[in-house]
Structures are given as structure tokens and as C-alpha cells.
Design a binder for this molecule. Structure first.
Ligand code: ZN
Length: 868
């Protein structure tokens, strides 16, 4: 497939000022008439042909300035429409196309989800609705008339404000007209038509605008939409307070659909969501679901400014809206919940998804320089590392300057399609700083490694830290990055006051390949606490003993590094055991003692944090830390042994704490962070109790499944049981499926639990589940829950030495590619770490990938990933 290069960007030769759409919905033959007001772009080439994008379109009629166009004046195909000699003045085109939304299994453009008409246009779905200049730097004012059978689609929604509606005389059809006063790129276009229930609310903006809010869901599920509506209101308020951003239309609607390729989409005034991220009730949703709903509602809402009012010039700038908006939703969630706990979960996600991506063949800069298929660049790197860059910028320039820079960015670029350079320019202007060196973060792939050594001079009472930065794969002449290192010193009895000229507000800026910091008046040998709050997305190499790390666990003022130092000890023990295969777990006892002391002092006060302390680094994280010649079975066994050692040591206190932290009988359910934190701790405790004593764990888990009123606890009970082979597990799995038959989102969790069972029988189990009524290859959520979870969360079985795990995933990818290439390609990214496996698995993975590449007729999406 042709590769598109950032360096080749040039402005469009034509502009589209206005788009008037008339969409007549029909299950198989929807008619779209687009009236486009075009003109030559003063920045474009004079006399250039007009080349409109299309994808699987059928042209019905075409007129220019009201006159039917002669056939030799244009060329049309399903994938494009070219007007050979367009006028050198403003003109209109009326284009009529016909599309079949029922046959649209790619879920891009206009499609039907459980009978509901909906659209997805990012990145290039609008060209599947009508011929268009489908690129984000073409901003137009849209008016949309939607017409449908009243019976089939009583609800008709569009972008902007509703300006008219009525019946179509003499038919069973009706229409609605929506007008969006804000110029927008086509990828933000959306309509919805269908039978939908709703909950509604109101919000008055800081500018005094009255906004009507609606959350639309499958009829009968309205009660499950309340939390999403509440999250919308909290998001609107937070963006006014935190960023000075008020909403700008009279209506804001969210619609939940059950077939959706991604999480959600920020269409102007009409956000469309995967129903998984809208629907919640205590009976049906876990605490994690509530947290995700809150975060994703906020994310899409925040796009209204960071994405919609200021959009992207081209798709290479995707991080401009995504990294920034992830940063904004992370800050929102941190304000709504515990900041430290949230930061830890952000970093876990980054390490689980982005670090491996950055270390393998799918690595790319946060702003890629080229792509073959843009849909393959909605990645952890663009989103999560992109957010880390914004966070580093804030750390470097400080909170006040950051806010002023953001205000300037919005003011200077409002209503335009901007670039990363525009973003940085706002901060450079505001602070007077040169940020061109910092900009390298957007250009370079790979996770930097920072090697640190500390030297204490007892006589001079100084402590020196030497830093050296490298990036895997980068040549010796590659420019160093600008890295904010938040740091401090800790002593045996607590934090040490330490001064250094190079440290301002607790931050040292490392912007050379090598540099050092010296602290004065350091009374005794300190332990350095580095990269506090994970101040940069790097790997740190420092020679620290377990004892030093456990000193940080006890005394650091930085909650993130307290957790991190315990994780580092666990990683060291697991990696040593995995490498040595030795029977002893060197250091496990000391580690377990430290955890016991921690629990004793802090579990009751901060159960959410304590739950995180109990969670060992995942097998994936251990693998990514080892980096080469990975044997997933050895990692699994080593991690399991450490878990057993900890579980045996902590069992008694955990039994006591689990009861102490129980919700009082009859207490009303709350999804808030405090209640969720108690549940998280109790369930982490249950899991460890079951490791120490499977019989007791089985009894407790079954009690919890039977007695609990929350989905969080029932599922946690089931997850614990899923790790204990036997009749109890199978009985509870069967009972759960029966209880929630007809609840696809809940059965997704049931599929996921089974996909993650680390046993040889799992592949056979998955093949059986693929035949179960709860599974369907046409629904992305089902596929991700079963096969996606298997590939990402079951490392020993996915990476089986006999290649059976790879074969299972490859089969699903190929079956899916014919229907939905985007989801198929995403599933295939699980192979991104294949080169790091030990030789036998590497060979099996390579053979599987070569088998995929050899298949004819692959989609561009899958061909691109398989090829890389
Ligand atoms: Zn986004």
C-alpha cells in the first residue's frame, strides 16, 4: 500500500465552506444528497482538478451550480470523484449517493448497530457517506436534514443545534434538521437514528448558556445511563474551572451503541459511545467500569476544545488532540479520585501497553513521520506517551505558565486545524523559553534509559547523582532529550532536606547525554528518590539494594515512588528466580515482612493504595523488563512462587483486614473512590488468601459470589475461583452464565475471565466459547473480551511453545479481516513483542506472521501490521 509522509503535506487546492446534507435513512438503500459550497484555496495550486475521496460509494447524480454535469467533465468510481476542470471561483456541487448501512460491517461511515443507524467518521469514514475532501484541515459549516421512518427511527440526532422537525406528508416518515454553527472537519460529523430511550439533564455554562443534555441508550436501560449523565455534568464544570473552557452549543448528546470499533467518539455535540462505556448500575457494572465511564465521558467531552474547536491539520498531528485530551482526562480523574492511586494506574497502563510497543517492530514516534493506514496509529504511543509529553511540559514550565500557555493555545488556534508546532509555540511565547529541544519528544521512538549512580562523600557531606541517558536503537549522535527528573533524598529515618543549585522546585532538568547533580549538607548516606510521580516516561537503571528500596517504601514522601520501590523489589526477585530457576526466592521474606508492616500501618487508612501495593508486577511487565529471550513459563512460575511466599506470610493479617474493611450490612452502594478502594483491597486480599489456601479461598469466593450485591465483588470472586481448577470453578462459571444470559456486557467479563486462565486447557475452552451464544465475531466487544484478552492477558497460553496460541489468534484475525479490518488489525498487534521471545516461540510466531502475510486479499489494516 502507498505510504503517506508528513513531509509531503500540502494544503488542499480547494476549500468547502458549507455542507448541506439531506440523508434519507433506509436499511439497505440510504440516499445522501450533499450540497457542497466550494472555492479554490488561495494557498492551493491554481487550476488543479478537484479530487474528492470516496469509499464503496455509488454515485446517483451530480450537478454543478444547479446544472447536471456532463459525463466527460468528471470521473467517478466507488473510491473517488474527480472534477477535471473546476471553476476558478466559488461554485456548488450537488452529489447524490446511495449506501447500504446494513451491509456495512466495517463499522466505519453509516452503519446499523442492533437496528440503530449511527456513524463513525474518524479517521476517514465520512468518505463512505459522500464524496468529500476527507481530510481534517477542511473545515466547513454543516446543516443536516435526516429523514427516516418514524416507526424505525423515532429519534433523529445530528451535530449542533436542532432547528426544525416534522412529518413528511403522505408517508410514514419524519425528519429533523440540525445545524452546527462551528466549522468542523468531516471526521467530527455524526448522525444517529433509531429507537432509543434517554435520560436528560441541564447545565448552565459559566457564560450563561443553557445546555440541554441527553444520554441515549437502548430502551429499557435508561436507569443505567444516570452515572454517565452525572459524569457529563461534572466534566463540563471541571473544564470550566480547570481550563476555562465552556461549552458552545445549546445541546450536548451522548449515544450508546453496542457495535463500535473504539471506545467512543467526540463528534461535535453528539458523542457516540461503545455502550460498555456508558451503561452502569451496581448490579451490572464493576468499579473499574464506573471509573472508565467517568474517564471516557470526560475524554470525549474535553475534545470539544482539544480536538474540535482546535483540530488537527493532518493525521500526523493526532497526538495534538489525543495526547492532550488524555492528559486532561487523567487530571480530571485524579481530581475526582485519589491522585496517587490514579497516577499509579496510568503508569501501569503505560508500561503494560506503550513500553512494549515502543520496544518492538510497531514502535513509532508520538508524531509519526509516515503511515500506510492511519487507523493503525490510534496507539498507546500516540495517546499515553502523548499525554506524558504534555505532563512533562507542565512539570518543566510550572503550573501557572502551563495554564497560561493552554489559554493562549486555545485563543490563537480556535477554529483552525493546528500542528504540534502551534501547540509548543503557545508555551514558548508565554514563557519566553525555547522549546525546540523539548520538541524532540515528539520525533523519537523508543523508551529512554536513564542510568544513575549515586556517590556519597561522608567527609564533605555531599551526595552526587550522575545521570546518563540513552535510547535503544538511537545512534551515538542522536540528540539527547529534555527530561524532567523530579527527585529528593530519603534517609533511614525519613526524608532528608537537601539542596542543590541544579534542582528547582524538586526538579532537575536532564537535557544532555550526561550530567550530574550535587547536593550539599547531606548528613548521612541517603537513598535517592528519582522520577517522583513518574516525572518522565523512561526506564531507570540504578544499583539499589532491596534494603534501600524498602527504605523508600517506608519513608518517601512521594506516594508513587513508595509503590514503585516495592514493585522494583518484586521485579528483581521474580527476574532472578525466572533466570536462575533456583528453588530459593532470594529476598522474598524481607519483602513480605515489609509489606506486612506497611499493611499494618496503612491498609485501613488507604485501602486503594494498599491494594496496589499487594499487586505484583504483571507477567507482561516482567517480560518487558527482561526484554530479550523471554520464556513466559519461567516468568509465570517465578511470579507464582513469589505470590505464594507473600500470601503465606500475609494470610492471617489479610483475613482480619478483609473483614475489618467489609461494608457494613445494608450500606447503600456507592461507586465513589473510597468505597471502590475498600472493595479493591478486599478482593486483592481474597486473591492472596486463595493462593495461600485454595480450599479456604474457594469457600470465601463462593460466599462472596452468592452474597454480594455488587458486580465488582461477584466478578472478583469468580476471577479468584478461575485460578483454582476444579468443579467449584466450573459450577460457578456455569451459574454466572445462566444468571446473566441476555446481558452481553456482563457476559463479556465472563468470557474475559475464562480467556485469561493460565492453563493448557484454555485454548480448547476458547474454541468452545466461540460457539457459545454469548460470543459473536461480528461484535467488537465480544471479540476483544475473548480473543483480545487471551492475547494480551494470558502470556503463557498465547505464547505457547507449540504455537497453538498464535494460531488461534491468527485464525480469528483472518476470519475477522473480511468483515472488520480495523478490529482485526488491532487484535494482530498482540504479536508486537514476538522478537523478544526465546528462539522456539520466536520461530512459531514468525511462521504464523508469515502465514498471514501470505494470505491473499488482506485488508490494508492487517497487511500493514503483519508486514511490520
Ligand atoms: Zn480521544
Amino acid at each position: 500500500p502507498p505510504t503517506i509522509h508528513l513531509a509531503d503535506y500540502r494544503p488542499s487546492d480547494h476549500l468547502i465552506d458549507r455542507v448541506d446534507l439531506d440523508i434519507r435513512l433506509d436499511p439497505h438503500a440510504s440516499r445522501v444528497t450533499a450540497l457542497l459550497a466550494l472555492r479554490p484555496n488561495p494557498q492551493g495550486k491554481v487550476g488543479a482538478p478537484l479530487v474528492l475521496d470516496g469509499d464503496e460509494l455509488k454515485l446517483v447524480s451530480l450537478a454543478m451550480d444547479g446544472e447536471v454535469l456532463l459525463e466527460n467533465a468528471y470521473t467517478a468510481s466507488p473510491s473517488g470523484l474527480t472534477i477535471h476542470r473546476p471553476p476558478q471561483r466559488p461554485f456548488t456541487l450537488a452529489i447524490e449517493t446511495e449506501i447500504d448501512p446494513t451491509a456495512n460491517t466495517k463499522l466505519m461511515g453509516l452503519y446499523r448497530s442492533s437496528g440503530v443507524y449511527c456513524t463513525q467518521c474518524e479517521a476517514d469514514g465520512f468518505r463512505r457517506i459522500t464524496y468529500f475532501l476527507d481530510r481534517p484541515d477542511i473545515l466547513s459549516i454543516y446543516t443536516t436534514r435526516i429523514e427516516a421512518s418514524r416507526e424505525e427511527a423515532p429519534v433523529l440526532l445530528g451535530n449542533g443545534n436542532p432547528v426544525g422537525s416534522g412529518d413528511v406528508p403522505g408517508t410514514d416518515r419524519h425528519y429533523a434538521i440540525w445545524q452546527d454553527p462551528h466549522p468542523k472537519p468531516a471526521y467530527l460529523f455524526a448522525i444517529v437514528g433509531g429507537r432509543l430511550g434517554s435520560v436528560t439533564g441541564r447545565f448552565t455554562t459559566s457564560e450563561g448558556r443553557e445546555v440541554a443534555l441527553g444520554v441515549y441508550v437502548e430502551p429499557g436501560k435508561e436507569a443505567r445511563a444516570d452515572y454517565a449523565l452525572d459524569a457529563v455534568i461534572r466534566s463540563m464544570k471541571w473544564d470550566e474551572e480547570g481550563f476555562g473552557r465552556a461549552y458552545d452549543l445549546d445541546v450536548f448528546n451522548v449515544v450508546a451503541v453496542s457495535d463500535f470499533n473504539m471506545g467512543a467518539m467526540e463528534n461535535k455535540g453528539l458523542n457516540i459511545f461503545n455502550d460498555k462505556y456508558v451503561l452502569a448500575s451496581p448490579e451490572t457494572a464493576t468499579d473499574a467500569d464506573y471509573a472508565n465511564i467517568e474517564a471516557i465521558i470526560a475524554h470525549e467531552y474535553f475534545h470539544n476544545w482539544s480536538g474540535n474547536r482546535v483540530t488537527c491539520r493532518d493525521w500526523f498531528q493526532l497526538c495534538l488532540k489525543e495526547g492532550l485530551t488524555v492528559f486532561r482526562d487523567q487530571e480530571f480523574s485524579s481530581d475526582m479520585r485519589s491522585r496517587a492511586v490514579h497516577r499509579i494506574s496510568e503508569v501501569r497502563t503505560l508500561r503494560a501497553r506503550q513500553f512494549p510497543e515502543d520496544a518492538g517492530p510497531l514502535a513509532h514516534p508520538v508524531r509519526p513521520k509516515q503511515y500506510a493506514e492511519i487507523n493503525n496509529f490510534y496507539t498507546a504511543t500516540v495517546y499515553e506517551k502523548g499525554a506524558e509529553i504534555v505532563r512533562m511540559l507542565k512539570t518543566l514550565i510550572g503550573e501557572d505558565a502551563f495554564r497560561k500557555g493552554m489559554d493562549r493555545y486555545f485563543a490563537d488556534n480556535d477554529g483552525t486545524a493546528a500542528t504540534v508546532e502551534d501547540f509548543l509555540a503557545a508555551f514558548a511565547t508565554e514563557t519566553g523559553r525555547d522549546l525546540s529541544h523539548f520538541a524532540q519528544w515528539y520525533e523519537r521512538p523508543g523508551t529512554p534509559r536513564i542510568a544513575v549512580t549515586g556517590t556519597y562523600d561522608a567527609a564533605a557531606k555531599t551526595y552526587r547523582l550522575d545521570f546518563r541517558q540513552t535510547r535503544p536503537g538511537a545512534g551515538a549522535d542522536a540528540p539527547p532529550l529534555v527530561i524532567p527528573v523530579a527527585l529528593g533524598l530519603v534517609g533511614e529515618d525519613g526524608p532528608l532536606a537537601a539542596r542543590s543549585e541544579r534542582v528547582q522546585d524538586g526538579v532537575f532538568v536532564l537535557d544532555k547525554a550526561e550530567d550530574s547533580v550535587t547536593f550539599e549538607s547531606v548528613a548521612s548516606r541517603p537513598v535517592p528518590s528519582l522520577f517522583r510521580d513518574f516525572s518522565a516516561p523512561v526506564r531507570v537503571e540504578i544499583n539499589q539494594s532491596d534494603a534501600e528500596r524498602l527504605t523508600l517504601l517506608r519513608h518517601d514522601t512521594d506516594a508513587f515512588n513508595r509503590w514503585e520501590s516495592a514493585q522494583r523489589v518484586a521485579l528483581r526477585i521474580i527476574i532472578a528466580a525466572a533466570r536462575g530457576g533456583s528453588e530459593t526466592l532470594d529476598g522474598a521474606e524481607g519483602f513480605a515482612d515489609a509489606l506486612a508492616a506497611f499493611l499494618d500501618q496503612e491498609a485501613v487508612n488507604d485501602p486503594a493504595f494498599a491494594a496496589l501495593m499487594l499487586a505484583l508486577p504483571s507477567e507482561g511487565e516482567v517480560a518487558s523488563e527482561i526484554g530479550a529471550n523471554i520464556d513466559p513459563d519461567a516468568i509465570f512460575a517465578a511470579r507464582r512462587r513469589l505470590r505464594e511466599a507473600i500470601a503465606l506470610r500475609l494470610r492471617d493479617p489479610l483475613i482480619v483486614l478483609r473483614e475489618r474493611l467489609a461494608e457494613p450490612a445494608g450500606a447503600p452502594f456507592s461507586p465513589d473512590a473510597a468505597s471502590a478502594g475498600r472493595r479493591a483491597f478486599r478482593n486483592a486480599a481474597l486473591d492472596l488468601i486463595a493462593v495461600a489456601d485454595p480450599d479456604r479461598g474457594t469457600v470465601l469466593a463462593r460466599e462472596q459470589i452468592a452474597a454480594s450485591g455488587t458486580m465488582t465483588d461477584r466478578l472478583a470472586g469468580l476471577a479468584t475461583l478461575s485460578q483454582i481448577p476444579g468443579d467449584a470453578r466450573e459450577a460457578e462459571l456455569a451459574a454466572f452464565a445462566e444468571r446473566y444470559a441476555g446481558e452481553p456486557l456482563i457476559l463479556d467479563k465472563w468470557l474475559a475471565i475464562q480467556a485469561a486462565i493460565p492453563e493448557d486447557g484454555t485454548i480448547a475452552r476458547i474454541r468452545q466459547l466461540q460457539q457459545h451464544p454469548a460470543f459473536s465475531i461480528t461484535n467488537p466487544n465480544r471479540v476483544r473480551s475473548l480473543v483480545g484478552v487471551f492475547s494480551l492477558s494470558n502470556p503463557t497460553q498465547f505464547n505457547r511453545a507449540d504455537g497453538a496460541g498464535y494460531a488461534l489468534v491468527a485464525e480469528t484475525v483472518l476470519a475477522l479481516d473480511k468483515r472488520n479490518p480495523q478490529v482485526a488489525a488491532r487484535l494482530l498487534t498482540a504479536f508486537g513483542s514476538w522478537r523478544q521471545m526465546e528462539p522456539r516461540r520466536r520461530a512459531a510466531a514468525e511462521e504464523t506472521l508469515r502465514g498471514i502475510v501470505a494470505v491473499g486479499g488482506l485488508s490494508r489494516d492487517v497487511a500493514d501490521i503483519a508486514g511490520r
